[in-house]
Design a protein around this ligand. Structure first.
Ligand code: HEC
Ligand code: HEC
Length: 161
C-alpha cells in the first residue's frame, strides 16, 4: 500500500501537468489564429504542388538580343544583352572570350572585357584574363523580362540617373 499510493499520486500529477500544457498550447494557438487584421494569404512559388512532387519546368524567359542595358550602379557587372544558350565555359575553352577578347572584338563588335579583368586579386596585372574573372557567368547574367515578385523602391545610383 505504502509504495502504491505515492506512485498513483505521481501519475496523477503527471496527468494534470500534461492536461495543463495541452490547454496552454490550445490557448496560445487560438491567440495566434485570432485575426488581428485581414488574414495574410501567401501563395508559394510552388503553387499548391505537394513537396514530394515537382512542377513541370517552365521555359526560360530570355529577352531578345538588344543593345547594352543601362547600369544601376557603377560597379555593377553589366547584364548580358544577348542569349548565352550553348555558350560553354570549360577548363580549355571560353566561348565568351571568342567574341569579348580584345583581339576578337574587332570582328565580333562585342564590348572588350574590362581592363579590371586582367588583374589578380593581389593586384598583379596579367597579359590574359585573370583566373578570378574566367567564369564570366559567375557575375554576368542575361536578363529576363519578368515582373518583380515583390514591389520595391530600388533606385538607380544618382550618378547614372
Ligand atoms: C558571338 C559573339 C558573342 C559571344 C560568344 C558572347 N558575346 Fe557578349 N556581346 C556580344 C556583342 C556583339 C555585344 C554587344 C551588343 C551591342 O553592343 O549591341 C555583347 C555584349 C555583352 C555584354 C554587355 C556589355 C555592356 O557594356 O553592357 C556582356 C556583359 C556580355 N556580352 C557578356 C557575355 C558573356 C558572359 C558571354 C559568354 C557566356 C558572352 N557575352 C558571349 C557578342 C558575344
Ligand atoms: C567576379 C565578377 C566578374 C567576372 C567573373 C567577370 N566579370 Fe566582367 N565585369 C564585372 C564587373 C564588376 C564589371 C564592371 C566594372 C569593371 O569594368 O570592372 C565588368 C565589366 C565587363 C564588361 C564591360 C566592360 C566595359 O568596358 O564596359 C564586359 C564586356 C565584361 N565584363 C565581360 C566579361 C567576360 C567576357 C567575362 C568572362 C571572361 C567576365 N566579364 C567575367 C565582373 C565580372
Amino acid at each position: 500500500m505504502n509504495t502504491v499510493m505515492p506512485q498513483m499520486a505521481r501519475q496523477l500529477a503527471k496527468l494534470v501537468l500534461a492536461a495543463g500544457l495541452v490547454w496552454m498550447g490550445a490557448d496560445l494557438a487560438s491567440a495566434a489564429d485570432a485575426p488581428a487584421s485581414a488574414p495574410v494569404k501567401l501563395q508559394g512559388l510552388r503553387g499548391g504542388t505537394p513537396l514530394n512532387q515537382d512542377n513541370p519546368p517552365e521555359g526560360a524567359r530570355q529577352e531578345r538580343d538588344h543593345g547594352p542595358a543601362d547600369r544601376d550602379f557603377v560597379q555593377q557587372p553589366p547584364l548580358i544583352p544577348h542569349t548565352t544558350a550553348g555558350y560553354q565555359i570549360t577548363k580549355n575553352y571560353n566561348k565568351c572570350m571568342d567574341c569579348h577578347a580584345w583581339q576578337k572584338t574587332k570582328v565580333s563588335g562585342a564590348t572588350k572585357v574590362s581592363v579590371t579583368h586582367f588583374r589578380t586579386r593581389e593586384g598583379q596585372e596579367l597579359d590574359n584574363i585573370s583566373p578570378r574573372r574566367y567564369f564570366c557567368t559567375q557575375c554576368h547574367v542575361p536578363q529576363t523580362d519578368a515582373r518583380p515578385l515583390i514591389d520595391n523602391t530600388f533606385q538607380r545610383a544618382r550618378g547614372l540617373q
